[in-house]
Design a protein around this ligand. Structure first.
Ligand code: GDP
Length: 295
């Protein structure tokens, strides 16, 4: 994951790691390299610039140059800042409702259906949860079938109503079905379009307003780089969602989305998808990700 970025940051910081004492020039050059590495990873220009400015300020504030191991301290400052940029402490999802309703949003192909299945499986394995999946894509019958396949695979019931063209009504009926059948979590998979458009935004915001979910998640393909960040912004403006799911981190994504998204929409990344299989889901821990990136 993010091998290229890791290599570049490692190279940038390597100069400092070996030095007993470092100079301001060392620091300035290193930060320039760090910024270049972030830009290469598709991190937004402003974010990369702010990042290095903050690191520099912290380094000056902690009198890095006069400490015993200035290189190590610099690496720590960079790591802490990267963690902060990606979200600070890990945050869970809100499962307080009876049932707890989780609404999925995102573009077509982002991995919503796959992630709905993964999350249902993840929660089901927690034993106290009995999830229900609800298929609200009224445009693509194949999407409904796909959710049924996923549900069968993980042994989770799927509620659907093929032929019904009102996603709000399906979502409401799904929640009623959950209540009547002892499901304590409802995961609602919605339709996505290939690009952000008004009709899709109106539809998802209507569903959101009608069912008032405990948790609204935005699913995004990390391979789409800066586009991922722009799409997140568009969805957040309409839904004020609670968290981000970054999918396809197993691919050769450069990592820019993972690093930038939190500071643009100010919402935590909650889970990541790391493969097509139902088990390929991980809670997102910013500090672990920073460790992984910085080795
Ligand atoms: P949806 O249109 O948003 O519901 O997207 P799908 O769930 O149908 O996913 C689109 C494609 O991406 C499918 O081929 C999935 O198998 C694949 N996919 C989803 N999540 C991941 C992931 O984390 N890693 C990889 N490699 N593929 C994924």
């Amino acid at each position: 994951m993010f091998n290229n970025l890791s290599d570049k940051l490692d190279k940038a910081l390597h100069v400092l790691k070996g030095h007993g004492s470092i100079t301001e020039v060392n620091v300035a050059e290193t930060l320039k390299e760090v910024r270049r590495a972030l830009l290469d990873a598709d991190v937004n220009f402003k974010i990369a610039k702010q990042f290095t400015t903050t690191v520099k300020e912290k380094a000056l504030g902690q009198d890095v140059l006069t400490t015993l191991q200035p290189g190590q301290l610099m690496v720590k400052i960079v790591k802490d800042e990267l963690t902060e940029l990606m979200g600070g402490d890990a945050e869970g999802i809100n499962l307080s409702g009876t049932p707890s309703v989780i609404l999925m949003s995102g573009l077509q192909g982002s991995g919503k259906t796959t992630f709905s299945g993964k999350l249902a499986n993840y929660l089901k394995n927690k034993k106290t949860k009995k999830p229900l999946l609800v298929a609200c894509d009224v445009y693509r019958p194949a999407a409904i079938d796909q959710l049924h396949v996923v549900g069968e695979q993980i042994g989770v019931e799927v509620y659907s109503d093929k032929g019904n063209t009102d996603p709000v009504a399906i979502a409401q009926a799904g929640i009623a079905h959950a209540k009547a059948n002892g499901h304590n979590v409802v995961i609602i998979d919605t339709a996505g379009r290939l690009a952000v458009d008004e009709a899709m935004m109106t539809e998802i915001s209507n569903i959101h307003a009608a069912i008032k979910p405990q948790e609204t998640l935005f699913v995004v393909d990390s391979m789409t780089g800066q586009d991922a960040v722009n799409t997140a912004k568009a969805f957040n403006d309409v839904l004020n969602f609670d968290g981000v799911i970054l999918t396809k981190l197993d691919g050769d994504t450069r990592g820019g989305a993972a690093i930038s998204i939190k500071s643009v929409v100010n919402k935590p990344i909650k889970f990541i998808g790391t493969g097509e299989k139902m088990e390929a889901i991980d809670v997102f821990y910013p500090s672990r990700m920073a460790d992984r990136i910085l080795g």
